[in-house]
Write a protein that binds this ligand. Structure first.
Ligand code: AMP
Ligand code: ZN
Length: 138
């Protein structure tokens, strides 16, 4: 299903132009208009899902098969040294377009990309409780 007035639904359907690297029935892969680095692209399902919490299982299962293929092709064609795969969910997490998408961000020596966090400290008891409660929901 498409959502009214959703930018990535329209790009997915080809109603708004994009520099498309690849498309099939389920996905469009296109360059980000404001790239973090050379070759920064987005993998976008053609169907509308707000975020990872809404993603359905068939789409989720195809997504990383495609992502790994795109990553290998980018590695071959760009002179990249590394690659960050980033996927934001919710405003607090940096999501600005509320149609699920995965960022493929090539990394080069001296680039200005920053996806690092300050390492925290784990509470072993809390982790054990969380492992059980989160695990029980799967
Ligand atoms: P996020 O902040 O994770 O929601 O990422 C949204 C991304 O979409 C940003 O990196 C934008 O630069 C990118 N973006 C917004 N509009 C377009 C567009 N028309 N074509 C390509 N990328 C876009
Ligand atoms: Zn959409």
């Amino acid at each position: 299903m498409k959502k009214e007035d959703c930018l990535f639904c329209k790009i997915g359907a080809g109603e708004i132009p994009s520099t498309t690297i690849y498309e099939d029935d389920d996905f469009r892969v296109f360059f980000d208009v404001s790239p973090a680095s050379k070759g920064h692209c987005l993998i976008v399902p053609k169907e509308h899902f707000d975020d990872v919490f809404a993603l359905d299982e068939p789409t989720a299962s195809k997504l990383f098969v495609l992502a790994s293929k795109v990553a290998r092709s980018m590695k071959k064609e760009l002179n990249l040294e590394g690659l960050n795969i980033v996927q934001n969910n919710g405003t607090i997490a940096g999501q600005t377009v509320f149609h699920f998408h995965m960022h493929m961000i090539p990394r080069y020596a001296g680039d200005t990309v920053n996806v690092k966090w300050i390492p925290g400290e784990a509470d072993t008891n809390e982790l054990q409780e969380l492992a059980k409660s989160i695990g029980d929901n799967l």
